[in-house]
Design a protein around this ligand. Structure first.
Ligand code: GLU
Length: 449
């Protein structure tokens, strides 16, 4: 490894010793870009690595709200404006009880390179709160979103920082936050948020974009292997918005998602989660507070409590689409032993560092990295920003064809960057190098700060 890279990683580990997710994300990117740093001695002179791992800005704020019984709760809210070299900070907001500063920073750091890969003018940011939305009423969600926005509204804007959804934040939450923002600012700046409802400037295909984009990226991987999607059997984890998009596209192209897992266990639906009825059901699960047991009650398939399906031999493609570090080393070994050929990361950093290292060493598995695979969501967000600036709305076909093109382009960037640096067919390293280089070049051009 390049000595400069090693020094920065060592210093970073020491400084951030309690932030394990942030360390994991930084180490993965920095160790991958070693050949790029070798080729660009000017990066060290400009301290690019040190600057790349330091967020430009991080807000932390109190979010107070009253539940339906009148009890007052206090949560912490964050917004991290990680890197603005390519455009306004851009990234979602996550509401989930385990969210902490390390998670926000790792997500914002990853977002920076993901957004760079899209080729669109967006910098990297992320926000969130340790608020647990599970089981909360609609009014409680609204009050929480309003309180969160009251604290944040002065620091965002269409040319400053543009939040969107992430886990626990969908169109409903974005609507409440945008409403509060509009009320406080007194202007209709709908370009300040993406993932909005259609009636006030949301883009067609945005709800499907992350899942569709993942399937388009997968398609490029399959093409590279002279393989096709039709008839493939897929296992996914998670059943949120991203999983829903995958289900929709998989059904359309004749692939079958047969396994789906959540915290409560997994289902095996031999007929595939393919019909409109099943896919619509999955879409509604979050809002109706349902889980996989309800799916089984409705559609009558197999349910295995408290377990993951990693290790199942009767699938071709594995797509973790739940949360970070969902696949550990033991799970990775099972996946490899089962002979799965395609390991397509969809959630942000779904694989632990040791598991990812192990999978990348396996000759018979292709690993596609999340920061490239899931970039379709934020890419369509950037297209939503363009539509809002133009005060126009594009057709679903137009947005979808742009998304397809962007995903194919991202795939080729990953493939070519790895090839260029003599790393062979290594999409993980390729994504890190291509994303990093894009941001680093913009930072260099803009001077030292
Ligand atoms: N939260 C999504 C992500 O991880 C989307 C962000 C956005 O649309 O700004 O990329």
């Amino acid at each position: 490894m390049n000595a400069y890279v090693k020094r920065v990683i060592d210093e970073f580990r020491e400084k951030h010793r309690d932030e394990k997710e942030f360390i994991q994300a930084v180490e993965e990117v920095l160790s991958s870009v070693s050949p790029l740093i070798d080729a660009h001695p000017e990066y060290e002179k400009a301290a690019i690595l040190e600057r790349m791992v330091e967020p430009e800005r991080l807000f932390s704020f109190r979010v107070c709200w009253e539940d339906d019984e009148g009890k007052v709760h206090t949560n912490t809210g964050w917004r991290c404006q990680f890197n603005g070299a390519l455009g306004p900070y851009k990234g979602g907001i996550r509401f989930q009880k385990d969210v902490n500063e390390s998670i926000i920073k790792f997500l914002a750091f990853e977002q920076t390179f993901k957004n760079g890969l899209t080729g669109l003018p967006i910098g990297g940011g992320k926000g969130g709160s340790d608020f647990d939305p599970i089981g909360r009423s609609d009014s409680e969600i609204m009050r929480f979103c309003q309180s969160y926005m009251t604290a944040l509204y002065r620091y965002i804007g269409p040319d400053v920082d543009v939040p969107a959804g992430d886990m626990g934040v969908g169109a409903r939450e974005v609507g409440y936050m945008f409403g509060e923002y509009r009320r406080l600012k007194g202007t209709f700046e709908n370009g300040t948020f993406t993932g909005k409802g259609r009636s006030y400037g949301g883009s067609l295909i945005r709800p499907e974009a992350t899942g569709y984009g993942a399937m388009y990226y997968l398609n490029e991987v399959l093409k590279h292997e002279n393989d096709t999607i039709a008839g493939k059997r897929i296992g996914i984890s998670g059943y949120g918005n991203v999983a829903w998009g995958i289900l929709k596209k998989a059904a359309e192209v004749g692939a079958k998602v047969v396994y789906m897992s959540g915290a409560e266990g997994y289902i095996k639906d031999e007929e595939g989660i393919c019909t409109k009825e099943k896919i619509d059901f999955v879409e509604q699960m979050k809002y109706k507070h349902l889980d996989l047991r309800d799916y089984v009650r409705e559609f009558g398939c197999e349910f295995v409590e408290g377990k993951k399906y990693w290790g199942a031999k009767d699938i071709d493609i594995c797509m973790p689409a739940a949360v970070q570090n969902d696949v550990d080393l033991e799970s990775a070994r099972k996946i490899a032993d089962a002979g799965i050929k395609y390991y397509i990361e969809v959630a942000n950093m779904p694989t632990t560092a040791d598991a990812l290292k192990y999978l990348r060493q396996q000759k018979n598995i292709i690993v596609a990295p999340s920061k490239a695979v899931n970039a379709g969501g934020v890419a369509v967000s950037a297209l939503e920003m363009s539509q809002n600036s133009q005060r126009l709305s594009w057709s679903a076909e137009e947005v979808d064809s742009k998304l397809k093109e962007i995903m194919a382009n991202i795939y080729h960037l990953c493939e070519e960057a790895a090839e260029h640096y003599g790393l062979g067919y290594d999409l993980v390293a390729g994504a890190n190098i291509a994303g990093f280089e894009k941001v680093a070049e913009a930072m260099l051009a803009q001077g030292i700060f």
